[in-house]
Ligand binder design. Structure first.
Ligand code: PMP
Length: 340
């Protein structure tokens, strides 16, 4: 018998999918780790589970306890689903600019949702800081305990990728991986997978794919945290060195504009049946850049972070795309000409 005893056991061990067009274009093998196939439809289920298990081990969470987090949505969804399965309440603070689909999902998971204006990290009213304060208050009042998941600076997040995602990639490619690249939200995925793959083979090239509006490309190439431009992608684009990034350095960094990444999302859906969110477009664009950097014949792995329906109102909305001067794929507006 092969039975999962709850959704917690169904997190991870995601398929690895060869991306046909990207591979052909570069004469490399470009592989996408299908993280959208996790129970919460994103890579962040792994971090959510590891953060919760770590808090349990430390004796900080007891049945009926509360998990508080500031999130662009995916970590909150992972925490809420795992929380429901393990008997914890969730309080989620989200910047109001994130898609309605993610907020709706959080509400239907039963999370207590607090929307706050999107302000920079330095501002005390930033969503991460608000969530930290709420967690502190609840820790005083809740008899079963309350924790701040603190995904940016809690390295249990990165550990999840050191222990699961990285080794899965090594096993699935039978060690024949030349490069790994992805964008950074917290840095848990990039640093965690990077650390795990380097343990197996220090020659694996680890790349950062940075969206516009993030400061890490300038940090790793010029030594200064400087952000320029903006991106419609959500969940990625970091302006500081989080605890999850500390002690880790990518071998190479690329800055990827939306004009390069978003058409890849449409192509993957139209030609390969892969329905993905915007950060996956940055990642696949980064994998193509890394493949060109390494030359033909190499194997490069990236992450397909979350499912596209989570962004229907933006990424797949012609009006929104036009307002951002991004191309609108023809099929998105096609009407049937068939007789009823
Ligand atoms: N893509 C999406 C859609 C995300 O929500 C996140 C997490 N915020 C990431 C990528 C980045 O993952 P990490 O936090 O591990 O850097």
């Amino acid at each position: 018998m092969s039975i999962h005893h709850g959704i917690v056991d169904a997190i991870g061990n995601t398929p690895m999918i060869r991306l046909q067009r990207a591979s052909e274009l570069t004469e490399c093998t470009i592989l996408g780790k299908a993280e959208f196939m996790n129970p919460g439809q994103s890579v962040k289920d792994r971090a959510a589970l590891f953060i919760i298990r770590d808090a349990e081990k430390r004796g900080l969470l007891r049945p009926g306890g509360v998990i508080v987090e500031g999130t662009a949505g995916n970590t909150g969804i992972g925490l809420a689903l795992v929380g429901n399965a393990l008997g914890y309440r969730t309080v989620i603070v989200i910047p109001e600019t994130q898609t309605q689909e993610k907020k709706d999902m959080l509400r239907l998971c039963g999370a207590e949702l607090i929307e706050v204006p999107a302000v920079p990290y330095a501002n005390p009213n930033n969503y991460v800081k608000v969530s930290g304060r709420i967690a502190e208050q609840l820790a005083q009042s809740e008899s079963s305990g309350a924790i701040w998941a603190n995904q940016f600076d809690n390295v249990a997040n990165r550990d999840g990728h050191v222990v699961t995602t990285g080794p899965e990639i090594w096993t699935q490619t039978e060690g024949r991986v030349d490069g790994f690249i992805c964008a950074v939200g917290t840095g848990g995925t990039l640093a965690g997978v990077g650390i795990a793959l380097k343990e197996h083979n220090p020659k694996v090239m680890i790349g950062l794919a940075d969206p516009m509006g993030a400061a890490l490309y300038s940090y790793y190439t010029r030594g200064e945290l400087k952000a320029e431009g903006s991106s419609i992608t959500e969940g990625i684009g970091q302006g500081r060195i989080t605890k999850n990034l500390e002690g880790f350095r990518p071998d190479v960094a690329f800055q990827i504009p939306d004009e390069e990444a978003i058409p890849i999302i449409f192509d993957l859906l139209e030609h390969e049946g892969l329905c993905l969110g915007g950060s996956s477009g940055i990642n696949v664009a980064g994998a193509i850049r890394l493949a060109k950097h390494l030359g033909p014949g190499h194997t490069i792995v990236t992450v397909l972070c979350d499912y596209g329906t989570r962004y229907q109102s933006k990424l797949f909305n012609p009006e929104f795309l036009r307002s951002k001067n991004l191309p609108v794929p023809a099929w998105l507006e096609r009407e049937s000409t068939l007789d009823k």
